[in-house]
Design a protein around this ligand. Sequence first.
Ligand SMILES: NC(=O)c1ccc[n+]([C@@H]2O[C@H](COP(=O)([O-])OP(=O)(O)OC[C@H]3O[C@@H](n4cnc5c(N)ncnc54)[C@H](O)[C@@H]3O)[C@@H](O)[C@H]2O)c1
Ligand SMILES: [Zn+2]
Ligand SMILES: [Zn+2]
Length: 421
Amino acid sequence: MRAVVWKGPREVAVEQVSDPKIEDSNDAILRLTTAAICGSDLHMYEGRTQAQPGQIFGHENLGVIEEVGSSVKAIKKGDRVVLPFNIACGWCFNCARQYTNACLTLNPQSHGAGFGYSGLGPYPGGQAEFLRVPYADFNCLKLPGTPMDEYEDDFVLLADIFPTGYHATEMAKVGPGDTVAIFGAGPVGLLAALSAHLRGASEIYVVDCVPDRLNLVHKIPNATPIDFSQGDPVEQIFDLRAEHRRSVQDLRPNHPGDKMPGVMCSIDAVGYEAYADSAAGERQDPNQVLNNVIRVTNPTGHVGIIGVYFPQDPRGVDEQEKQGKFTMALGEAWNRGLSFEMGQAPVKRYNVYLRDLILAGRARPSVIVSHRISIDEAPNAYEQFDLRQNGYTKVVIKPQMQGTATVKRGEVQGEVVHERV
Ligand SMILES: NC(=O)c1ccc[n+]([C@@H]2O[C@H](COP(=O)([O-])OP(=O)(O)OC[C@H]3O[C@@H](n4cnc5c(N)ncnc54)[C@H](O)[C@@H]3O)[C@@H](O)[C@H]2O)c1
Ligand SMILES: [Zn+2]
Ligand SMILES: [Zn+2]
C-alpha cells in the first residue's frame, strides 16, 4: 500500500510499504477514506520530536472496516468508523477512569499510546491506504451513512481536533455566559471557539496573525478575531471588553476600579511553537502564549493549555526549551488564584456526543477544512501547511483519490465552491 513516510526535517514522501496485518485477535484493519494532517504532525515534520525516519504519519483516521480479528465482537467488515488519535485498552486504571489519553498498557515506553506519533508506541499512522487498529471494539466509533457523504469531513474531525477543542473548553471550565480568550486560530483554536459557543459562552476572542485563519473566526457565532500583528492582543481584548464591563459594573456599583478587565476562561491553542507577539510569524518565543493567558485571565479564572509543550525539543530556541523548561509568570497566576489544566485530550470521553451534535445539525466542524487532496499531494500540502500559507488551514487526505487533484475551499456569496488547482 502507499503511505506518507517521514524522511527527515521538512521532508515527507509517499512510499510503497507493506500492508498491515491482524497481529492480535482484538485487531481490525481499516481501509482509510479520509486521513487529516494535524498541527501536531508539523512538530514531527519539522524535526522537533524524537521521530525516526520511516515513521508513517497520521492520527486522524476515518474509514471502513476491511477485516476483524477473531475476538472482535462489536465491529464487523463494512462498518464505517472513526478512530480516536489516542489508542487505548479500555480496562487499565486510567482507561477505566476515562483517561484514555494515558492508557497504561499499550505503550511499552510510557503512558499514553497513539497512531503515527513519536513517543506514543509502535503504531504506524493512517495517512495510508490501510491501518491496523488495536482493541478495535473499544477504539472504533461507529458512524452512520456511507463513505464520502456530506458528513465525511465532519466525521474525520472527531478523531482529534473537535474533541480536542472541546476538551480545551472543559479544562478552561467554560460555562453559560462565560467570557473566553483563545490563543491560536489553527484548527484546534477554531474548534475550541465552536465548542465554547456550544457551551453557551457570551464572548469569545480568538487571537492569531494569519489572515485566512482570522477570517474563519467569523464563521463561529459570537467569536471575535484578534490580530496580534496589530498590537498587544491582551490589551486589544481588554479594550473590547471595556464596554460590557462598564455595564456590569453599573449593576454592581460597589466594585470600584478595573479589577476584572479580562476574561474568565482562557485557552492556549498554540503550544511551544508560538511566535513572539512583537514579531508575528518571524521569531518564536515558547513562553509568549503561557504569559498571555495569565495576563488575560481575571482573578479566579481558568486556563486550559491544549497546545503542546514537549519534554524535549531538539530544535528549541534556547537551552531551557530544549529540555522542555518554560518560563511563566507563576507568581501572577498564583496571586490571581487561576486554575490550570493541560495535556492530551481523552478523545473517547467526548467523541460519541460530538458525533451526535453533528448528526443533529448543531455543529459542522468541517467549516474549517481548507484542502481535500489525494495522497500524492501530501508532500506539497505538508510544505504549505507548515508555512501556514495560501489558506492551508486544515488538509484532509483522500487515500482512494487518484492523481494530483486538490480541491480547495473557496467562498462565493456564502456558497462553497470547489476549484481545481
Ligand atoms: N492536547 C492535545 O491533545 C492536542 C491535540 C491536537 C493538537 N494539539 C496541539 O494544539 C496546537 C494547535 O494545533 P493546530 O492543529 O491548531 O496547529 P496550527 O499550528 O495549525 O495552529 C497554531 C496557530 O497558532 C498561531 N500562533 C502562533 N503564535 C501565536 C501567538 N503568539 N498568539 C496567537 N496565535 C499564535 C499560528 O499562527 C497558528 O495559526 C498544537 O500545539 C498541536 O500540537 C494538541
Ligand atoms: Zn492531532
Ligand atoms: Zn488502558
